[in-house]
Design a protein around this ligand. Sequence first.
Ligand SMILES: C[S@@+](CC[C@H](N)C(=O)[O-])C[C@H]1O[C@@H](n2cnc3c(N)ncnc32)[C@H](O)[C@@H]1O
Length: 295
Amino acid sequence: MDGEEGGQEDATVFAIMDLSNGRVALKAEGLFLCAEPDGRVTLSRTACATWESFLLAEPPSVFQPNVLRHSNDLVRLAVKHGVDKWGSHWYAQHYHNHFSPYRDQKLSLLEIGVGGYDNPNAGGGSLRMWEEYFPSAIIHGIDIFDKQPHERGRVKIHQGSQFDEDFLRSVFKDAGSFDIIIDDGSHINAHVIKSFEVLFPLLSNNGIYAVEDVQTSYWPEFGGNSDDLDSNGTIVGFFKSLVDSLNYEEFIKPNYQPTYFDKHIVSIHFYHNLIVILKGSNDEGSNILRNNERV
Ligand SMILES: C[S@@+](CC[C@H](N)C(=O)[O-])C[C@H]1O[C@@H](n2cnc3c(N)ncnc32)[C@H](O)[C@@H]1O
């Protein structure tokens, strides 16, 4: 099951158990094969919940262990809408883990980058994917090119640059709030950092901000570099510097004035090419210090 050549010899034989909703459970030696939320597959449980089930890429009659698909619903929707958040990148599993508790809420989601560049009719796949994944949400898409043909249903389109602060504020004024923001736009380091500096304060309390394709942090043509990995001017370097904000209450610095990011970032998740930042009130307090001084 590790997908490497030669692994077939040791492959466990699974009984396929139909769960009647198009999904199957796979059982071997009294244990169920489970798709874990973090993307791993384990042979670990004696009972199988629906989310631990699988979709077979082929009918059961031609089943091979290595054609399993994770039953994560966002993975299915990414494939359905032709979105590279699964297949080319592997973001859908992480998004599902962060977003699934909020799926049925009346959210406002903003994605920077509609896709398809200067062809007005091209792109839009991820907006449709989010519209289907969040059945009560309003989905806002920003693109520097005209993407008006994609405005239908619960999807709203705004034309402008993610590097233009006035434009970003006008989108927020129109939307009223953002609960989730996803940056999949230019991937230029300065643009991504600027958009975060403008938009993160406008995100709802307990909102989620995601930045995709942060590999451009290392690529000079996008303003990145592969040598100074802690540079504040690169996407990954910038977000690495915010890790210390999580612990600002532990700095021994009398009269320290916390920044907005210190007070409002409660966790930062680094994945391959994807960063997810959770907003909240970062005010648990130190167990030793008061106001950045020992008492
Ligand atoms: C990678 S595509 C987005 C793909 C889409 N999010 C998806 O998952 O299907 C990037 C998009 O960002 C747009 N873009 C490029 N520079 C931009 C900028 N400065 N501001 C806003 N959008 C920009 C491009 O026109 C392009 O359509």
